[in-house]
Design a protein around this ligand. Structure first.
Ligand code: SF4
Length: 455
């Protein structure tokens, strides 16, 4: 897998002819995140509180999930439990067939990518329209999302104009404002005609059976107000205990995800009440497991289920902020993706992704729910070794390295010999653009003798 990962990173870097766009994007985002975080008078306390709430949920998930289901049913909605991706797709297909839905739209949703929603429905002749600007663009270019929150930040305006010119006839010279207006009209028209909307959920509120959704375009709010049926796709870990907790999570998600104090639209959505004219007649939540209970069953790894998918760990990661989600074959990119992929069913990149890290710990520092990400990567590496999944090349490399460093005679050889040997061993993996480390002119033995004497 490592070879494949490196190959796809190279492919992406070769294709991405305008790295300045990405550099500028991440720099601006980091500045905005710093600014937005100033809204917390005690940021560390806010993070600790969020981490504690998520920990409490995970330790009592069985109870909270039942609370959530009961609350949804009490409000007139329905909950369906799906053990894996296939099960989830079958349930969605049944709903579509039963109601003979012809026009379907979906919002940006990482779990929809995880269960391969669009491809699976397309194979049955069912086309689903995108309501998110970024997802609309990458759907048109048949690409994967670059990031958990931003689908295509690597694309500049001329590239987007070209896509929209081909797809909806926008002017090739249109400025960003006009491009956004054209796309908004296109998306809104598809929403007006749709009878089913499929969305994700940022949070599931156990206390009242509502979902919390953060967005900047307002299309989820519009679609869930208009469509007859609303299907919510959510991993079982998305629960938060009460409505009183939502302001903390909405603010953390916005600050760390997009560098805003709050995203433009924050909606609490539930089944339509008797008094309300707006809202879907049918509100169905699909609670999807797909490997999450096995993570819950592992006390050491359980904490990763606290993730609120803000993408902040990718924004600071020296590997993923340039290599992107395009370099892996799973839905979840960035350090979080590397941690979770070995456990998500149907994920194609397994534990080897945990080697795509410098273990610098920046991901852990930034995480708003205090997930110990870089140590989880180390644990995954350890488990790979215990399972015996370490490749022959790596085993041989470490065996040779051990022989080399444990032999005093070898270590006392001249700097030239050591540098030559090191380069021979690592020339392939060290990377073409990095300098090799310089060995000291004197060996440890020589330095010791100079300082303390003896042989
Ligand atoms: S692991 Fe933390 S920083 Fe990374 S996406 Fe999840 S919540 Fe955000």
């Amino acid at each position: 897998m490592q070879a494949e990962f490196l190959k796809s990173v190279k492919e992406f870097l070769n294709k991405n002819t305008n790295p300045d766009v990405l550099d500028g994007f991440f720099q601006e985002l980091t500045d905005s995140v710093d600014e937005a975080c100033k809204q917390f008078s005690k940021l560390d306390l806010a993070k600790s509180r969020a981490a504690y709430l998520k920990w409490k949920v995970l330790e009592n998930l069985d109870k909270y999930l039942i609370d959530f289901e009961s609350a949804v049913v009490r409000r007139g909605g329905k909950v369906i439990w799906a053990c894996d991706a296939e099960n989830a797709i079958q349930e969605i297909l049944q709903i579509i067939k039963k109601n003979d839905f012809k026009k379907i739209v979906k919002s940006k949703s990482s779990i929809a990518e995880e269960i391969n929603l669009k491809t699976s429905l397309k194979s049955k002749g069912i086309i689903v329209g995108e309501t998110d600007f970024g997802d609309y663009i990458i759907d048109s270019t048949k690409e994967r999302p670059f990031h958990l929150v931003f689908s295509s930040p690597q694309k500049d305006i001329p590239e987007i104009a070209k896509v929209l010119n081909e797809k909806i006839g926008s002017s090739i010279d249109a400025d960003p404002e006009n491009l956004a207006t054209d796309l908004r009209e296109e998306i809104r028209e598809s929403i007006y005609q749709a009878d089913l909307v499929i969305t994700g959920a940022n949070f599931l509120i156990a206390e009242n059976g509502m979902i919390g959704v953060s967005e900047n375009e307002g299309n989820i709010r519009l679609a869930t107000s208009i469509c007859k049926t609303h299907i919510v796709l959510a991993g079982i870990e998305k629960i938060i205990p009460t409505i009183a907790d939502i302001d903390l999570f909405f603010s953390l998600f916005a600050s760390f995800g997009t560098g805003q104090k709050l995203t433009t639209y924050n909606s609490l959505i539930g089944p339509k009440s008797r008094e309300s004219e707006d809202g879907p007649a049918e509100f169905i939540v699909l609670l999807i497991d797909n490997g999450r209970s096995s993570i819950l069953n592992m006390p050491e790894q359980r904490q990763v289920l606290s993730c609120i998918k803000c993408g902040a760990c990718q924004n600071v990661c020296p590997v993923f902020k340039i290599s992107s989600g395009h370099s892996i074959r799973n839905n979840y990119s960035g350090p979080y993706g590397s941690v979770i992929s070995p456990f998500i069913e149907n994920a194609q990149d397994k534990g080897d992704l945990s080697y795509a890290s410098t273990i610098c710990g920046k991901c852990t520092d930034v995480c708003p729910v205090k997930i110990d990400i870089h140590n989880h990567l180390l644990r995954n590496r350890r488990d790979l070794r215990i399972e015996g999944s370490t490749g022959m090349g790596e085993k041989l490399g470490w065996y040779t390295w051990k022989k080399f460093v444990m032999n005093r005679k070898t270590m006392n050889r001249s700097t030239g010999v050591k540098s030559f040997t090191f380069k021979q061993m690592f020339k392939k993996n060290w990377g073409e653009n990095r300098e090799f480390p310089k060995f000291s002119d004197k060996s440890f033995n020589q330095l010791w003798r100079e300082k303390f004497g003896g042989n």
